[in-house]
Design a protein around this ligand. Structure first.
Ligand code: UT7
Length: 328
């Protein structure tokens, strides 16, 4: 059986209206714009309005991606939402998104891989298409991380923001199958032994609470640099590619120092790295598709460009994906 191939034919995003700057935050938390900027590169973050839920953000990003792909929900047969901040413990946020989009067919489910959620969802969608089990998939990364932050813990609350990003993957048809467009490969990893460096201190089965984010920042930083560097190498060598062939690095936006270190490792000039961390902060599963969409809208990422996605999150979980954007 010849495996099918998936093309990334559209992307979209949504950010809540309210912007909270570092200066505003420093009025309620013992921190400063200087510390946050120097250590992370973050200047501001978007925060969801009262009553605005992850599924609301996801629906807006999903609609935007469908429009840019020239599709409607009728063309989609699977919705995957990567999120760590679902509206409810159940049903899945993906089924809420499905209903809000007016889609009455197909399937929908959530993926939980925290900040690597988008890479995990991309890999899952690609494999559904490759196996012929889905024709077109709406992949959304959406988070209201502000709801699981301890706003008195300055070591975590300054780092995150809310938002959503989405892509549409569809099966290549006819001659497209022979082209070099589409998802070239995805690479997923996890190591549950490192659970305690980044976790939420609550959950339905453990404490019957939602919990708050806890992080040993320096340790996560160390793991991020080594594990992301490893998975970038893995993605390039799996495709027999040199890093100079990559048009854009679109990394998870957790810390500008980690992003710079990955760019240096790949010997990529800063202009080839898409960074949104200054304005979005860390939006977890939404950060990569948010960055992709920004770069597509402003004309940096074009049809046919080779893009490398990477991300790491609590678990630990991490991964990368190489994609030639668009369709021939
Ligand atoms: O998305 C999942 C992946 N996440 C990541 O990749 C995050 C990885 N880690 C990081 O990005 C960084 O470790 C942080 C940004 C979280 C922290 O930066 P750091 O350079 O590792 O700082 P640190 O934790 O070593 O803290 C340095 C100092 C400490 O004070 P002392 O002990 O030196 O007196 C902290 O208490 O900075 C203090 N500090 C703060 N000061 C002002 C910690 N948070 C703050 C704050 N404002 N918000």
């Amino acid at each position: 059986m010849t495996l099918k191939k998936s093309l990334l034919i559209g992307c979209g995003s949504y950010l809540p209206q309210r912007i909270v700057t570092n200066d505003e935050l420093s009025k309620t938390v013992d921190t400063s714009d200087e510390w946050i900027t120097k250590r992370t590169g973050i200047k501001q973050r978007h925060i969801a309005a009262d009553g605005e839920t992850t599924s609301d953000l996801a629906v807006n990003a999903g609609r935007d991606a469908l429009t840019r792909a020239g599709m409607t929900v009728d063309d989609i047969d699977l919705i995957i939402v990567a999120t760590t901040t679902p509206d409810d413990t159940f049903p899945s946020t993906a089924t809420k998104v499905q209903a809000k989009l007016g889609m009455e067919h197909g399937a929908a489910f959530d993926i939980q891989a925290v900040c690597a959620g988008f890479i995990y969802a991309l890999a899952t969608a690609d494999n559904f298409i490759k196996a012929g089990q889905a024709r077109a998939v709406l992949v959304i990364g959406a988070e209201t991380f502000s709801r699981i932050l301890d706003w008195e813990d300055r070591t975590t609350c300054v780092l995150f923001g809310d938002g959503a990003g989405a892509i549409v993957l569809r099966a290549a048809e006819g001659d497209e199958t022979e082209s070099n467009f589409g998802v070239m490969s995805t690479h997923l990893h996890s190591d549950g032994r490192h659970r305690d460096v980044l976790y939420v201190d609550g959950g339905p089965s453990s404490s019957q609470t939602v919990g708050h984010v806890r992080m040993a920042g320096q340790e996560v930083f160390r793991h991020a640099v080594s594990k992301l560097s490893g998975v970038i190498d893995e993605a390039l060598s799996a495709n027999g590619l040199d890093s100079s062939t990559v048009d854009w690095l679109i990394p998870h936006q957790a810390n500008s120092r980690i992003i710079k270190s990955m760019a240096q490792k790949m010997k990529l000039p800063e202009e080839k790295v898409v960074s949104t961390i200054d304005r979005h902060a860390n939006t977890s599963a939404a950060s990569v598709p948010l960055a992709l969409t920004e770069a597509v809208i402003d004309g940096r990422v074009k049809n046919g460009d080779l893009v490398l996605f990477e991300a790491i999150g609590g678990g630990l979980v991490w991964g990368a994906g190489l994609v030639r954007i668009g369709a021939p």
